[in-house]
Design a binder for this molecule. Structure first.
Ligand SMILES: C[S@@+](CC[C@H](N)C(=O)[O-])C[C@H]1O[C@@H](n2cnc3c(N)ncnc32)[C@H](O)[C@@H]1O
Length: 404
């Protein structure tokens, strides 16, 4: 993702190449047919998970493989011969559900993962830390699984631990996985204090798994939302949401540059809305706004931002534009996500641009802000001539207008 700080960006080859329109066929053996962004497909599993399976697609954590912490978690559960109902609070592609004798209750906040879980036929539920799951499953499962998203910040991991505690019945077991380099030991200590007993039982490289048994005792508090005021709107940043406590530098450059735009009566789409700053800014300037995010926590954050700012708008939980039905727009505004780790993976960002091309009315404009090295121009060029509106602080604002 674009962060407040400047980042070194190494662009990895896309795992899901999008052939350029009109490009000549490459020489050599024909590549496997690209199933397209939205199609679920089998995840690549390490040999030690032989006999298990999971689906995946671009946008699911770990794609095109399974997440390394989840792999170790499931390997540990298999060794422990876990059986029966398992509540997986970070189900991703449903790997836990392929354990023999396990009935999976799959919980996810990612719309991309929910699409995959549904395709695999799992009993799944969209939820975020703090949501009560007893309405959906009145009797709590004796086993709970959770992969800590340490990359989403301390507050989110704390909220995940509190949620896992609330979801585990006394005497029940929590399998907790995470990355040593993303604070795992600290979170296990916090979980151990709340649960009363537990220890790290598996290690593989930087990945760790702890097994905790819940003793009676209070659930730790959930962290409060953060937030800020900027561009005339009150942003509510829930734990784990992008740029929850201050406006992102790239987004600031975009909005400063677009200050002169007349948005009255325009239908605007904020694609990948996070805490909702861009969409709320457009609503405050008279646009009819739709905000979309693949992360349910971000959707809740954007809803809270609109409410706190006294603004109207619809906010949808959607893998890119999948939930948008027939809606079309006069403008699309976005600071697209990219994943830093083994480099930058641009599958989702490319699909954002493809979605803008599907959703823009004739004469409508796509505005994108991105770190300077990110190569969005070619994809945007399929929409119309690309203009670089500004280049500042390591970022660029690009615009492409669909011919009227
Ligand atoms: C760089 S952040 C920008 C957030 C916000 N617009 C801002 O400027 O602060 C990108 C956003 O895209 C969202 N996102 C990532 N993958 C997505 C997907 N497949 N579909 C929709 N949104 C996605 C992330 O959850 C995140 O909120």
């Amino acid at each position: 993702m674009t962060g407040g700080r400047r980042q070194k960006i190494r662009i990895a080859r896309s795992q899901d190449p999008q052939p350029r329109r009109g490009a000549p066929p490459a020489a050599g053996p024909a590549p496997a047919a690209d199933p397209g962004y939205f199609a679920p497909r089998p995840a690549a599993l390490p040999g030690r998970l032989d006999g298990l399976r999971a689906l995946t697609k671009p946008g699911v954590r770990g794609y095109p493989e399974v997440d390394a912490a989840q792999a170790l978690l499931v390997q540990t559960m298999r060794k422990d011969r876990v059986r029966g109902d398992v509540l997986d609070l970070s189900a991703m592609g449903g790997l836990t559900g392929s354990l023999s004798g396990v009935t999976l209750r799959a919980v996810e906040s990612s719309a991309a993962a929910l699409r995959v879980l549904e395709a695999a036929g799992f009993d799944s539920q969209a939820a975020v830390p703090g949501d009560l799951l007893t309405t959906r499953w009145p009797e709590r499962a004796r086993t709970v699984a959770l992969v800590l998203a340490g990359d989403r910040g301390n507050a989110y991991a704390q909220a995940q631990v509190a949620w896992a505690h609330a979801c585990t019945p006394p005497g029940g077991t929590l399998y907790l996985a995470g990355d040593r380099d993303k604070g795992f030991d600290r979170y296990v200590r916090a979980a151990g204090n709340a649960f009363g007993a537990g220890e790290t039982v598996a290690r593989d490289g930087g990945m760790r798994v702890a097994r905790l048994i819940r003793r009676p005792g209070p659930t730790p508090p959930f962290p409060d939302p953060e937030g800020y005021e900027a561009f005339g709107v009150k942003v509510v940043g829930l734990p784990g949401v992008f740029s929850a406590s201050r406006p992102d530098k790239a987004t600031t450059i975009l909005l400063e540059h677009l200050a002169g735009l007349d948005l009255r009566g325009q239908a605007a789409l904020d694609l990948g809305c996070g805490a909702g700053l861009i969409g709320a800014w457009a609503a405050a300037r008279g646009a009819a706004v739709t905000l979309v995010d693949g992360d349910l926590q971000s959707v809740r954050s954007s809803q809270a931002t609109l409410a706190a700012s006294g603004l109207e708008g619809e906010v949808l939980h959607s893998d890119v534009d999948a939930a948008l039905g027939e809606r079309t727009f006069d403008l699309v505004l976005t600071n697209p996500p990219f994943h830093v780790g083994r480099g930058v993976v641009l599958d989702v960002a490319r699909e954002f641009i493809a979605a803008a091309a599907r959703r823009l009315r004739p004469g409508g404009t796509l505005y994108v802000v991105a770190n300077e090295p990110l190569p969005y121009e070619a994809a945007m060029g399929t929409l119309g001539p690309v203009q670089e509106l500004v280049r500042a602080g390591g970022f660029k604002v690009l615009a492409a207008t669909r011919p009227g």
